[in-house]
Ligand binder design. Structure first.
Ligand code: 16G
Length: 249
């Protein structure tokens, strides 16, 4: 759908006196970024043609082009040869900030959903026990979910959480991190390992892609404020829907 929902240019607050105004292209890119994050523009929506945006903002097409280049770099829009510019259908996970799936999806103006594949106390697998520093035979709360945004399946996550952080996994109905936060146990740092995989038949079916499709496999170990591992999560992400963004300084 073509979106003409362009409110007054530069709807953000005016710069306070003494503060330097950002270049025009940055302000236009910021305007669109805000509308995408608020959900006023949805994934797959077409942006107006360059010429129209230039008209709306009263700027040159060169300025518009720079703004669009900036949005492409941020992963918010995609330009398709000969067709136009669309709000990207890919999600982003910043690799330098400890965000939850719910937060990553909401940041794109989309609605997260989960289908529970498992939600029970179980014995830690050898891998989970090593990751969490548990003794063989100790229990964990295990939560396996197919995670979607606006009904589109995006990831399969299996989290094992130490029992004193989450004694009852059935209390998790939406966000695991919200539950851990309310108990003062949200991880404050994490280590992640990311690898490329071909999705096997079961995972591909759940994610609604052909078997063998490219995916990303991520293992996260989350630590509490006392630097004790409390969460060991394995996730399979659809390769065609995610960008993992790292900021370098
Ligand atoms: C993210 C985390 C996962 C965590 C989940 C909680 C990775 C790479 N990331 O997906 O460890 O358990 O968020 O999300 O595994 P929630 O609060 O929405 O349930």
């Amino acid at each position: 759908m073509m979106s003409d929902a362009v409110p007054t240019p530069f709807s953000g607050p005016p710069p306070t006196s003494g503060e330097e105004e950002a270049p025009l292209y940055v302000r236009i890119a910021g305007d669109y970024a805000e509308r995408i994050r608020e959900g006023a523009l949805s994934p797959g929506d077409a942006l107006p043609p360059e010429r129209k945006i230039a008209e709306i903002y009263g700027v040159s097409r060169v300025t518009v082009r720079r703004a669009l280049e900036q949005l492409v770099l941020e992963g918010l829009i995609e330009q398709r040869q000969g067709s136009g510019t669309y709000v990207s259908q890919r999600l982003q996970q910043p690799l330098s900030v400890l965000t939850s799936f719910t937060e990553d999806v909401r940041a794109r103006g989309m609605t997260p959903n989960s289908q529970f594949l498992d939600r029970a106390i179980g014995i830690a697998t050898p891998e989970e026990a090593i990751g969490l520093g548990l003794k063989p035979g100790q229990g964990v709360s295990r939560i396996a979910r197919l995670r979607s945004a606006d009904g589109i399946p995006l990831a399969i996550e299996t989290a094992a959480v130490v029992l004193d952080a989450l004694p009852d996994p059935t209390v998790v109905t939406d966000s695991l991190y919200d539950v851990l936060s309310s108990r003062g146990m949200r991880p404050v740092r994490a280590i992640q390992r990311l690898s490329a995989v071909a999705l096997d038949k079961r995972n591909a079916e759940l994610l609604d892609v052909p078997p063998g499709s490219p995916g990303l496999y991520m293992v996260r170990v989350g630590y509490d404020a006392g630097d004790r591992p409390i969460e060991y999560t394995r996730s399979f992400y659809r390769g065609d829907r995610w960008d993992f963004i790292t900021e370098l300084a």
